[in-house]
Design a protein around this ligand. Sequence first.
Ligand code: MG
Ligand code: MG
Length: 618
Amino acid sequence: MYPSIATVCLSGTLQEKVSAIARAGFKHIEIFENDLVSFDGTIKAAASLIRDHGLQVVTLQPFRDFEGLQGKDRTLAFDRARLKFDQMSELGTDLLMVCSSTHPQSAGGITRLANDFYELGELATQHGMRVAFEALAWGKHVNDYRDSWEIVRQADHDAVGLVLDTFHIFSRGTDLNAISNIPGERIFLVQTADAPSLSMDHLSWSRHYRCFPGQGELTIEAFMDVLADTGYDGPLSHEIFNDIFRRSEPLQTAEDGYRSSQFLLSMLPEVKTELPAPSQLGGFDFVEIATQTQHLEALQSLLRAVGFKQAGKHRDMQAEHWQCGSVQFVLNSDPHFANQFLQRRGTGVVALGLRVDNTYAATKRANFLGIPIVEPEEVDALHNMVGMQNVDGTVWYWVDASTSQHAFDSAFEPLENNRNGPAAPLITQIDHLSLSQSYPDFLSTLLSFRCLFDLNMAPAFDVFDPQGLIQSQVIHNDDLSFQLAFNATDAKSTTSARFIQRANGSGVQHIALHTSDIFSCARALVDAKIACIRIPQNYYPDLQARFGLEQANCEKLAQFNILYDEDEHGSFYQLYTQPIDGRFYFEFVQRTGYRGLGAANAWLRASAQQISSQPDQA
Ligand code: MG
Ligand code: MG
C-alpha cells in the first residue's frame, strides 16, 4: 500500500493544492472533480501541472448518481461517463470512482445495479479505464460496503472494483469482519478518514468533521487489520472534508496528511515488526521557559515561594536550573536565545522534556512518521536530547532518567548548597499542561502526539468563556502522569484567543503543578505576594450546597480563591496565578484519585480571568 491524498482535503486552488501535496512528500493524488472543473486551464494543462510536481493521479472522483436509472436519465449517465473517461485519459489515470446514487429517480435491487456496473465496465474497457464503486453512508439504495461488494461481485467484470472508505463504514457502525473475505485485487481504492464521535446525520458529519486518521476517535487500527487480511496493495488515500482544513494553510494540512499516512502504514503487520511501537510516556521531566529579563524575577519568586531552589547555572547561556523534588524548570533569559524566540514570542514555554521508556524508539518512530526532529548539534546544545519540533514552535524532547540527568549535569554548573531540597516537597509533579492553539495547530499537535505515543483521548468538551466558546480536548496516558489539554476557539476575545494574539501564536498557556497541600501552597503564594485569580464569591455557597462541604472548609476555599470538584474517584482542588505579561500562568492542583482536569470549573476560571484582565484591556 502507498499513501495518497485527495485534493478536496486542502484549501486553495488546484495549483496550490498540488504544490503542497508534492512538498509534503506524497507521490499520489486523487483529483476531486470540482478542482478540475474550476481549474482555469485545459485538462492537459492540469495534467502537466500534476506531472511536473512528480505526482501520479490515482483516481478522478466522485462520479455521482450513476446506477439504478432508466430511460433518458440512464443514457445521460453513460454519456457523462464517456466524457469522464476522455478527461481521465488526458489526466493520466485509469480509475473513475463512482459513489452510490442519491438520485431521486434511482431504483434499487442488487441485480439491476450489478447489470448497470457490468455495462459501465464494458464502456470503461473500451476506453482502457476501470471503475470503482463506493457505498456512501447516505446512498439511497446502497449505503453499506457489503452491498456495494455484492454488486461488484455480481457485475463480475475485470474493470469493476470496490472502494472502501473508512468514514462511510464507521459512521454507520457497519461490522468490519466481512472485509477480510474480499479478495484484495477486487478492491481498487481505499479512502481513509477519521472523525470525532458525534451524534448527527451522516452527511453533515462527513462534510464538516472528517479528519486525518489519528485526529479522531474511529477505530482505524481495526480497519487496517482486516484490510491487511485482504492482500490489498493499492493506494491508501485520505479523503477528508473538514471546515478547519478548508481554511488552513494547505502545506500544513498536507504535511499532517503525510504523517497520518505513515501512521496508517505503521499499523500494517510487515511494518509493525520493523517499527518501534508508540512509546509509553511517563510524565513531564522539565519545562523550559524563555523569559524576558523583566519577567525573570517574577518567575523566580513564584518558584521560590512554593519550594523550588536554583540547582544550577548554565555553563554557556544565561539560564538557570530550578528544582523542587523531581520537578524541574529551566529559566532561560539568554540574550542570544532572546533573538531567536523571545523577540518573536515573548516570555513563554519554549521547550519541554517528556519521560519515555526508550528514547531511541521514540526517535526512530518520529523519523518514520515524518515528524521534524531536533538533534542537539542543530541547536548547538551541551545536552544530547533529541526531540520533536512542534508546529507551534516549541520543542518537545524525549528523555529517560539517564539522559535527563546527563543533560542537566553537562549543561549546568551545579549550585551545591541548593541541590537537595526538602524531604517532602510541596510540589510533587507537573500535573498537566494546557495548550491554547489555533485550530490547525491543535489538529497538527494532536496528530503528532497520538502517532508517537500511546495515549488516550478523553471526551471533548466546550468551555463557556464569557466571550465565546472554547473547545477543549484532553489526551493522557493510562496512569495520568501525562495529561495534555488542548484549547481552540474561533471567538476572538476568549481567554484562549487572547493568549494566542499576545503570544504571537499557539503555545503553552498554563502549567499545572501538583501540590501535596493546596492550602500551604496558597498561603505561601499569599506570603510571597503572588497574585492569584480572584474567584467570584457567589461560587462558594453553591459549591457547599452541591457537595455538602463543611462551612469552615468552604470558607477556607473562598479565602484563598480555590476551586473544588469531586468525581467518583476522589476530590480536586485548583488555584490559578495571574498571568505573567497577561499571558501564560501557573495552576496549582491537589488531587486524591480524581480523574480529569476540573472541566466542571473551566467556565468559572475563564470568567474570573476575563474579570481580572479588564483593567489591562482598557
Ligand atoms: Mg469516499
Ligand atoms: Mg488546568
